[in-house]
Ligand binder design. Structure first.
Ligand code: TXA
Ligand code: MG
Length: 321
């Protein structure tokens, strides 16, 4: 595989051609890096599952360049889903909708619905447009990490996760550090009212503001939808996570800037606000692993908005394996 750090139009075109050929491209989005493949090519999709070490029953999100292409993949789209798409696409939101015949079982894990997202990162959008100009219809892309591990927010993190598993023909596009830093909000739009399946930067308040309706949030323990991001243990570094405990010497610490580092504790991140917290979290987890720390103490953010998404990931990463 080869890494392109200077993502010129020519380099992105080359990556789009790589996808058309049935090979893989790791690319930046505003949330986390994705590992992309042609969503209509079963062999290419199999490679994603092998490279990630992910069970094939777990569905993939299809990325498209604009709302105009949504009806290729989804049918019976409720009015509220269109409102959400108009408000938050391109951006960190995935809609789960009833699938068309284009969304095969190898994408949806055999479910009758499909997850669709229009990302806002320029490199991602340009890649999707180039891919579509070559006849492509959508790029399936899970986060570019091994199954159960922490999503990568930089190309270095993608390399650490996947370099050993990718082949010569696969490509990496380096688009810098991801601005959001945690995965997209996933909203189930297959029922009369929307349900948040995975919280993200598009918060419940933002959704309510657009729709004028309260939105349900799923209790992960009673989740009927098959989705690995919803397993209780996920997004995990090797170190054990302690939420709200008193940091001990030799352990790592993640807390807002205002929280002082006790003597002997290794500061992993000092975010200034909750957005910065989301952006720093996975990098801090990786730093802990690179320092071979055994314990990370985390003082979680409070409040609503993106704090809800951060707390969801923290709870999953702290879950006993
Ligand atoms: O921000 C993101 O969403 C990133 C970037 C690359 O777009 N992608 C991402 O994909 O996080 P992944 O596969 O790592 O996580 C997507 C989650 C998984 O838990 C998957 O099972 C769930 O979304 N999912 C995908 N399609 C679904 C569907 N049809 N129904 C329910 N859950 C679905
Ligand atoms: Mg993932």
């Amino acid at each position: 595989m080869s890494i392109t750090s200077n993502c010129t139009k020519a380099a992105i075109k080359d990556a789009a051609a790589t996808l058309i050929k049935g090979d893989l491209v790791a690319f930046p989005t505003e949330t986390v890096y994705g590992l992309g493949a042609d969503a209509t090519n079963e062999e290419a999709i199999k490679k994603i599952y092998t490279v990630k070490g992910r069970p094939t029953t777990h569905p993939l999100i299809v990325h498209i360049s604009s709302l105009e292409n949504l009806d290729k993949w989804a049918r019976d789209i409720p009015e509220y889903a269109i409102k959400l798409a108009r408000a938050f696409w391109p951006g960190p939101m995935t809609l789960i909708l009833a699938r068309t015949d284009l969304a095969k079982d190898f994408i949806t894990g055999g479910q009758d619905n499909v997850g669709i997202r229009v990302p806002s990162h320029t490199v991602a959008l340009t890649l999707l447009k180039e891919f579509e100009s070559l006849g492509g219809l959508g790029v399936a892309a899970p986060s570019a990490n091994r199954f159960g591990s922490v999503s990568p927010t930089s190309i270095t993190a993608v390399e650490i996760e996947l370099a050993d598993y990718l082949s010569m023909n696969d490509k990496f596009l380096d688009g810098g550090t991801c601005l959001v830093g945690i995965e997209s909000t996933i909203i189930n739009c297959t029922q009369s009212i929307p349900t948040i399946l995975r919280p993200g930067a598009v918060s419940a308040e933002m959704i309510t503001q657009i729709l004028g309706l309260p939105v349900k949030s799923l209790n992960t323990k009673h989740n009927q939808v098959h989705a690995p991001g919803m397993l209780e243990s996920h997004y995990s570094p090797k170190a054990k996570i302690f939420l709200n405990g008193t940091p001990v010497a030799g352990a790592g610490l993640i807390a807002l800037h205002s929280f002082k580092t006790p003597i002997g504790v290794i500061r992993l991140a000092s975010p200034r606000d909750n957005e910065d917290y989301a952006r720093s979290l996975y990098k801090a987890f990786r730093l802990a692993d690179s320092k071979k720390l055994e314990k990370i103490f985390v003082i979680p953010p409070t409040g609503d908005g993106i704090a809800v998404a951060i707390n969801d990931r923290l709870a999953k990463s702290a879950f006993e394996k």
